[in-house]
Unconditional design. Structure first.
Lengths: 443, 364
């Protein structure tokens, strides 16, 4: 009898626990669905003409509109709804949009703005970003600037819209330093130029002409490093980006290559060649003290800092072929990260820290690619007869590089591409151009 | 033989007891936390009343305070003083005299607050923190303070009623008086920088309520008092980690017919057709989980509501949430949910959809 009761008790317990479990499951779970893998599709957005408070600002408002629309469209992440489709031709800045009218035409984001002049003559630009599905404002800012800086204001507005809707960091208010090339292929004149990321406001740096290579803009956007062959041998020059003051950086024996600023701008890392060996050095700008970071019979060059300044990625043929390596910023054991076929070069660390862009030579063709910092997930983005010199946008989402067409009439030009491999676009310059260096976001 | 009969009797007895005692066993369970219903389905008047009764975060656009669409607001007062110039940036020597100074001020949420904000000579001088203290902790307050009808009684027929499909789902889902799913901007690095540069950006943190703070609040809301909820949100808002998911009050009946794997796969494929995303995919752990409540016709009547988010940054999570929400709304408009078997409505009247932008995301 006792045994029977034990059996009954056990069974009841099992039953109870089972019911408890099933009940808990039923209670907590709605229908669960996981959707993995989104198609890429630009965000459909509508930019309403910015409202000019006074008639004399109508032209400025139009110009600002134009720059914003061009920025968003060029990013590849937005699909702008044609104004011809607008149900509401305008949206007064201080009124709530009729969201249904914007949803009807497929706009999931709506950008409105207003331009006016302050009592002290400055330009005041306000904008709002609306989510038409949520019927809410996503972002809204007000900017003040000198009237002649309307273009920068437009870039700032573009950045605000872009960041609010994509979650990415901004990059429109940035510049690109590059080598402007004129003349025939065998006798090209190369001079340094700087322009806004959209190709506007191009200007040439005084004195930086003749034969210049590999310009690198400083993290604070105030100086530029480059290699000059003015005196027949490669010299590292540091030049003020505004005003033209320049000086030779050190008096190094042998050849010097590939200088690049450290993330805090206090040091320059470069490769120096002496006695047939090329190694990587760091030069402290304050006292010009030089530290040797690699000691290897191979060619170590093209160093680039990680954003936190703790590591360097560089190219080396120490393993028998040209590959990418990572080492501590103060030197030390290097770890190879590239293992694919072909040769890898000109690595550059993403400002986000998660990727490294590089040039890869394989099968007689050049490629621009990206990989994770551990070498995984290598992805080739663009291929050509000669594509080289990748440089990340400030948000790490876009890569600028240069490409050259073959033949005597071959011309170098700049291009940009999204790190996803989409949205390959030319960066229009007045002349042939090479060696882009994308600046940090302007303050 | 006797033992077998005893076991059989015990099993049957236990089953009968369990069934009989079930209501008493589970009735004591407290009602689930704030449900999907409580934060979504509400008619316009109730919602307006709730919004006007409770302070809102800056980024919200409380209907009660907003003009109707197209309605003009009073003109902005004259700017009495110019907004402060951005102080010269240290260390960046830009010799160009035309180097712009770009003090950036937050445009206040639309629309009535705009003139007020702009009229301020300096937003930094405005007692923003007090407003923040009042507003930030209560993004959920309207639905929380206003007792809302549960989904089943509000719009949908009773589960046992074998509902018939309404003739046509409305094309404009968003016309429903849905509460805003709190698409609150997390300051981007740029926004933070601007805020640092420009003191007037003090209100920025008001807009920085993380979307993931909301599900945490929802999860904790039921047993907590309003004060407790506010405290929780205040402390949890800056956290990046995904909180516990909300537990919907309206749960599928345990006796309801289950949606088969094939039906789920069909829905997943259908939803994926609408799932597009242009943002950052670098972080493979990025995901958002969104809840929706459906009526028998497959129309969204609750949500989309963010339950949980993880990976990347809150700004990226927000972007993904917008994509997921858009996918759900477009899928509903495209009739994807109407394809679900109506006799199993109880099993799909509340759906939690996890969106991951990469194929490497975890499966269901």
């Amino acid at each position: 009898m006792k045994h029977t009761l034990q059996v009954i008790a056990s069974l009841c317990l099992v039953l109870f626990v089972g019911m408890l479990s099933s009940h808990a499951h039923a209670q907590s779970d709605a229908l669960q669905i996981t959707v993995a893998g989104a198609e890429f599709e630009p965000i459909p957005a509508a930019v309403v003409d910015f409202e000019a408070v006074s008639a004399d600002l109508a032209g400025v408002a139009d110009d600002i509109d134009t720059v914003i629309e061009a920025n968003l469209e060029r990013s590849g992440l937005f699909k702008l709804v044609s104004p011809a489709a607008f149900i509401d031709r305008s949206v007064p800045f201080d009124t709530t949009p009729t969201f249904a009218n914007w949803r009807t035409i497929g706009a999931e984001a709506l950008i409105t703005g207003r331009v006016q002049r302050t009592s002290d003559g400055r330009l005041q630009v306000q904008y709002r970003v609306f989510d038409t599905l949520a019927e809410s404002q996503v972002s809204g800012l007000q900017l003040l600037a000198a009237p002649e800086d309307w273009r920068r204001v437009a870039h700032k507005v573009s950045d605000g819209v872009y960041a609010a809707l994509t979650g990415e960091g901004p990059y429109f208010d940035s510049q690109i330093v590059f080598v402007d090339e004129t003349g025939p292929k065998g006798d090209r004149r190369k001079r340094l130029a700087v322009m806004d990321q959209d190709g506007a406001n191009i200007r040439y740096l005084p004195g930086a002409d003749g034969l210049v290579l590999t310009p690198r803009i400083s993290p604070k956007n105030d100086r530029v490093l480059y290699i000059s062959y003015d005196n027949g041998a490669p010299e590292v020059i540091i030049q003020n980006l505004f005003g033209g003051g320049r000086e030779r950086l050190g008096n190094f024996p042998g050849m010097s290559f590939a200088p690049r600023f450290s993330p805090d701008g206090s040091e320059v890392v470069l490769s120096l060649s002496s006695g047939g060996n090329t190694d990587i050095y760091a030069l402290r700008l304050a006292n010009r003290q030089l530290r040797r970071l690699t000691r290897n019979p191979g060619i170590d060059t093209a160093p680039s800092y990680s954003p936190d300044g703790r590591q360097l990625v560089f190219e080396s043929d120490r393993g028998g072929s040209q590959q990418l390596y990572i080492m501590p910023a103060n030197g030390g054991p290097a770890q190879r990260i590239s293992f694919g076929r072909g040769r890898y070069g000109t690595p550059v660390w993403s400002p986000r820290g998660d990727m490294i862009a590089f040039t890869k030579m394989i099968g007689g063709r050049f490629n621009i690619g990206v990989m994770r910092t551990d070498g995984s997930e290598e992805r080739l983005l663009s291929q050509g007869f000669l594509v080289e010199g990748p440089s990340f946008s400030p948000n790490g989402r876009v890569i600028a590089f240069y490409q050259e067409t073959p033949g005597q009439a071959g011309r170098a030009s700049l291009a940009s591409i999204d790190i996803s491999g989409r949205n390959l676009r030319p960066l229009v310059t007045p002349n042939a151009a090479s060696d882009p260096s994308w600046s940090a976001l302007r303050p | 033989m006797r033992t077998g009969a005893t076991i059989s009797g015990a099993l049957h007895g236990g089953l009968l007891m369990a069934v009989l005692l079930d209501p008493y066993l589970w009735a004591a369970e407290p009602p689930a936390a704030i449900s999907l219903a409580e934060v979504t389905v509400v008619d316009g008047a109730v919602f307006d009343a709730a919004l006007s009764a409770a302070p809102q975060p800056v980024t919200d656009t409380p209907d009660a305070l907003n003009p109707r669409p197209g309605e003009d607001l009073p003109p902005a007062p004259e700017i009495s003083e110019p907004a402060p110039e951005r102080p010269p940036t240290e260390g960046v020597a830009e010799p160009e005299p035309a180097d712009p100074s770009l003090p950036v001020l937050p445009t206040p949420p639309p629309p009535t607050t705009v003139p007020t904000e702009i009229a301020r000579p300096s937003i930094a001088e405005v007692p923003v923190p007090e407003e923040l203290a009042n507003q930030a902790p209560q993004p959920e307050s309207p639905p929380a303070t206003e007792p809302l009808q549960p989904l089943a009684s509000a719009e949908a027929p009773l589960p046992g009623d074998r509902p018939e499909r309404p003739p046509e789902p409305e094309p404009e889902v968003a016309e429903e008086p849905q509460p805003e799913p709190e698409v609150v901007e997390e300051p981007t690095p740029e926004a933070e920088t601007l805020a640092e540069v420009d003191a007037p950006l003090a209100p920025a943190p008001q807009q920085a309520t993380l979307p993931i703070a909301r599900p945490a609040e929802i999860a904790a809301a039921a047993p907590a008092s309003q004060e407790t909820r506010q405290a929780q949100q205040t402390t949890e808002a800056p956290q990046k980690a995904a909180p516990k998911p909300a537990r919907p009050r309206i749960a599928a009946s345990r006796f309801a017919a289950q949606v088969t794997r094939g039906e789920k796969d069909a829905l997943r494929i259908g939803l994926k057709r609408y799932f597009t995303y242009a943002g950052n995919r670098a972080d493979r752990s990025l995901f958002v989980r969104i809840a929706i409540g459906l009526d028998p016709s497959g129309r969204i009547v609750q949500g989309p509501e963010l339950l949980e988010a993880g990976g990347a940054t809150p700004a990226v999570q927000n972007a993904l949430f917008r994509s997921g929400r858009s996918a759900l709304i477009r899928a509903a408009n495209g009739g994807e949910f109407a394809k679900l078997p109506i006799e199993k409505y109880d099993a799909w009247k509340v759906i939690h959809v996890t969106f991951t932008p990469t194929e490497l995301g975890f499966g269901t």
